[in-house]
Write a protein that binds this ligand. Structure first.
Ligand SMILES: NC(=O)c1ccc[n+]([C@@H]2O[C@H](COP(=O)([O-])OP(=O)(O)OC[C@H]3O[C@@H](n4cnc5c(N)ncnc54)[C@H](OP(=O)(O)O)[C@@H]3O)[C@@H](O)[C@H]2O)c1
Length: 279
């Protein structure tokens, strides 16, 4: 029988590529996004429902899940992909900005999972795939809020994987390194212009160094990191026996491999040498 996947944040980047990948493999796809009226490509595809879902709005979550189940009968796989980042010093994030990022990156994952899990429990089968980040494993500078949201989801995934295994529901995380989707540009936002002179100049030094590093990270093995690798790994996590924690991208594999190969404090010192400018 044809299987069904629901993907959040399918308007661009990994989410859109994943929607196309599942569709090519013959799946029913519920491609959800905040502004479906802007979508022109996915709406042309058969067995693909484009519908509105803002992960911070529980009514839209409930409606999208109900519409998907009504159309395709069930949901076999959920991909919690919607999310965004932000580069600035901790003090430059307002309380409002921090809470907004948590609403999407953390509570958003919980909102959609909470709505889909009863559907999966009913059929005694399902897979939830959470898109986290390499910064769910490490703590680079000028990205503390985003880093903390992705650590939260790595932890959530690990606990839920144990809880739901006896119910035949698999919970997995995929941690990408740096890939040139809309994400990268959108993370260098205006938060970095807040604060007093010391805060602003401190951030600027860190960000100038960090921005150059992100550019290098996207050049993996001499070629631009390909976001399709993430979509392909999402598909593999939906269809093959895969571990709970998965990493994608040469930069992510290198840094997480390094972390796992030495005592934590030694790694933090090496990370400091790599990511911090000389002050
Ligand atoms: N690219 C990278 O280097 C990288 C690395 C590690 C992890 N990630 C993670 O990968 C995931 C996908 O990012 P991407 O790289 O594909 O970037 P992207 O092209 O910017 O896509 C992000 C998607 O999330 C959606 N979104 C944001 N807030 C939402 C909300 N409240 N409700 C529903 N959708 C929302 C965006 O929708 P709109 O079009 O409506 O804004 C967009 O579709 C994110 O969780 C990100 O943290 C990315």
């Amino acid at each position: 029988m044809k299987k069904t996947v629901l993907i959040t944040g399918a308007s661009s980047g990994f989410g859109k590529l994943a929607a196309k990948t599942f569709h090519e493999k013959g799946w029913n796809v519920i491609a959800t996004m905040r502004s479906p009226e802007k979508e022109t490509e996915l709406t042309e595809l058969e067995s693909l429902l484009v519908t509105r879902l803002d992960v911070t709005d529980n009514t839209s979550v409930r409606n999208a899940v109900a519409e998907g189940v009504e159309k395709f009968g069930t949901i076999d796989v959920l991909v919690n992909n919607a999310g965004y980042g932000g580069h600035a010093l901790f003090e430059q994030f307002t309380d409002e900005a921090i809470r907004a990022m948590y609403e999407t990156n953390v509570f958003g994952v919980m909102n959609v999972s909470r709505e889909v899990l009863p559907v999966m429990r009913k059929q005694k089968d399902g897979t939830i795939i959470n898109i986290t980040s390499a910064v769910g494993y490490i703590g680079p500078p000028a990205t503390s809020i985003y880093t903390s949201t992705k650590h939260a989801i790595e932890g959530l995934t690990e606990s839920m994987a144990l809880e739901y295994k006896p119910l035949n529901i698999k919970i997995k995380a995929i941690a990408p390194g740096a890939f040139g989707t809309n994400f990268i540009a959108s993370t260098f936002n205006e938060d970095a212009s807040r604060g007093d002179e010391e805060v602003k100049s401190h951030t600027q030094k860190i960000l100038t160094h960090f921005e150059a590093l992100v550019g290098q990270m996207m050049q993996q093995g001499g070629k631009e990191a390909n976001p399709q690798d993430v979509a392909d790994l999402i598909y593999r996590c939906a269809t093959e026996e895969m571990p709970v924690h998965n990493i994608v991208g040469a930069d992510a594999e290198m840094i997480v491999g390094m972390k796992n190969s030495m005592p934590h404090q030694d790694f933090l010192e090496k990370l400091e040498e790599m990511v911090m400018p000389k002050m």
